[in-house]
Design a protein around this ligand. Structure first.
Ligand code: NDP
Ligand code: GUE
Length: 286
């Protein structure tokens, strides 16, 4: 059996085409969605992601502005910038690119962003709303994964989803979203004893580890849906995921590639959240 590839790049393009129409209508009504991205320091990977976000925003007609701060920026300086952006009515969405330099506590920064402008969906209020199943900004990567599964009409209800990774931005929320869709969810991480015993039972396997090609075909159940979140830059400059793609293609029913998989979907969902923020969410407080 050869698996079907879920092409995130093409699906993200379709979503951008739809969003462009919606944004055009909003602009005609006098509302131009505006995303502000804050980049602290000059991590080359972060810079490249930020460029991708700006390009995608401009394609759909979303205005974006980039605020670049030096590596030496203090936590107080960043927090006061966020306060300013929170009260600026022209700005609908705020994204502070992670990781941050070590003198800045990420959680303090995440919690300083107004939940109404938190288009990453990282604020504890929005995470809480996601957990209780309320309408909110869903974290972009998990939201993108859910959209990929839905695009292929892949059944989630009653399926066993195994998540490898438990970070606040990917692993934990992707498990929560699949639970909300009535999957049975198992989380695995670096302290999991006998990882393979769990992954071999997964109908839906999500790898969000950050280790190139760690998930070989012997971790995969025949016919499973394999979602590869990992973005790993090899010494030869190429990008690869956490899953051994060729091995997964022989065993799974569906596989997401890297590149052109989850990454472009993450950016598309960020744009979706920015439009939602611009339209205003009555249920989300300041
Ligand atoms: N495509 C996209 O849009 C995005 C991709 N990414 C990529 O996804 C990957 C994960 O990102 P992120 O969640 O932020 O990373 P983190 O480093 O925050 O988390 C990695 C997780 O993997 C677990 N882990 C590490 N080694 C192993 C192992 N040998 N066996 C089992 N579990 C292990 C860790 O366990 P423990 O908790 O015990 O340490 C941790 O929970 C990275 O490659 C990142 O670049 C991230 C965001 C968006
Ligand atoms: N506040 C914050 N929000 C984030 O959403 C966030 C973040 N910080 N920090 C870093 C991670 C990582 N991330 C990616 C987004 C798109 C691609 C992407 O589009 N990748 C392309 C390849 C791009 C390339 O070639 O370099 C692909 O997979 O096809 C990858 C990774 C968002 N993140």
């Amino acid at each position: 059996m050869t698996a079907e590839i879920i092409n995130g790049k093409d699906l993200a393009q379709e979503l951008r085409n739809e969003m462009k129409e919606e944004v055009t209508e909003l602009i005609q009504k006098g509302l131009t969605p505006h995303l502000t991205v804050v980049l602290v320091g000059d991590n080359p990977a972060s810079r490249s992601y930020v460029r991708g976000k700006e390009k995608a925003a401009s394609e759909v007609g979303i205005e974006s502005s980039l605020i670049e701060l030096p590596e030496s920026t203090s936590e107080d300086e960043l927090l006061s910038l966020i306060q300013q952006l929170n009260t600026d009515e022209r700005i609908h969405g705020i994204l502070v690119q992670l990781p941050l330099p070590k003198q800045i506590r990420e959680q303090e920064v995440i919690e300083a962003i107004s939940p109404a402008k938190d288009v990453d969906g990282f604020h504890p209020i929005n995470i809480g709303r996601m957990m209780t199943g309320e309408d909110t900004f869903l974290p972009c990567t998990p939201y993108g994964i859910l959209t990929m599964l839905q695009s292929k009409n892949i059944e989630i209800e009653g399926k066993h989803a195994v998540i490898i990774g438990r970070s606040n931005i990917v692993g934990k929320p992707v498990g929560q979203l699949l639970l909300n869709e009535n999957a049975t969810v198992t989380y695995c991480h670096s302290r999991t004893a006998d990882l393979k015993a769990y992954t071999q039972k997964a109908d839906i396997l999500v790898a969000a580890i950050g280790r190139a090609n760690a998930i070989t075909s012997d971790y995969i159940k025949e016919g499973a849906v394999v979602i590869d979140v990992g973005i790993n830059r090899l010494d030869n400059g190429k990008l690869t995921g956490d899953v051994d793609f060729a091995g997964a293609m022989k065993k799974a029913s569906y596989v997401t590639p890297v590149p052109k998989g989850v990454g472009p979907m993450t950016i598309a969902m960020l744009l979706k959240n920015t439009i939602k923020a611009a339209k205003g969410l009555a249920s989300i407080g300041k």
